[in-house]
Design a protein around this ligand. Sequence first.
Ligand code: UDP
Length: 240
Amino acid sequence: MTNPSYKRVLLKLSGEVLMGDQQFGIDPKFVAELAKEVKAAKDSGLEVCLVIGGGNIFRGMAGAAQGMDRAQADYMGMLATVMNALAMQSALEQLGVHTRVQSAVQMDTVCEPVIRRRAERHLEKGRVVIFAAGVGSPYFTTDSGAALRAAEMKCDALLKGTSVDGIYDSDPKKNPAAKRYQSVSYDKVLADNLKVMDAAAVALCRDNAIPIVVFSIREKGNLARVLEGQGVQTIVQKEG
Ligand code: UDP
């Protein structure tokens, strides 16, 4: 049984979770596992939007640090997210889940452009909609893309599936005494610069009252548990 307050959710997956145990790129076996989790969420009756990052292939900031023009590097990052979206589409279709990819950077031969009303229709028909290329502009991230699509598709929550199981008051890798928040306010995340999503994405969720649920997608079955309100997670909402 899913959290009864959720009818439509946006699941944001960092690009790095598509790497599995590799150092770079896409591990099709791991993508297939992720697709099973997405299928289970959809089969539970939810409408599911997906946004996938590109950090497993290319990040604009990394390119800029090596002397590339930042905007140019960011467009390369956006293209990386389209590759990930196509990989996920393929894995979902192998499980019989109907999907559509909509890219904010138009690429007519491989996917649809982002058209909100069309995306609505896809969801009504039980398709998973994968939004690629973030917001379609450089100097943004796919977290901002996820917050934007969650707002325009009127999602009940933004689920951020990543490699860590929530938000901590300090880096748990460096500080064994780090404490995980069960719930934390948008304002505290922004004021304390807690590492969840970039500030623009958090602010957009705050302004549209979209709860952000941070959880580890690396553990099998965790998405389903989180949707039932049970898994280990941190919820970012108005009152922390
Ligand atoms: N990007 C961008 N605009 C967007 C979304 C993404 O310029 O709206 C670029 C940016 O260079 C970013 C890269 O695409 O570094 C990959 O996305 P992101 O870093 O958000 O992926 P993640 O960390 O979630 O894997």
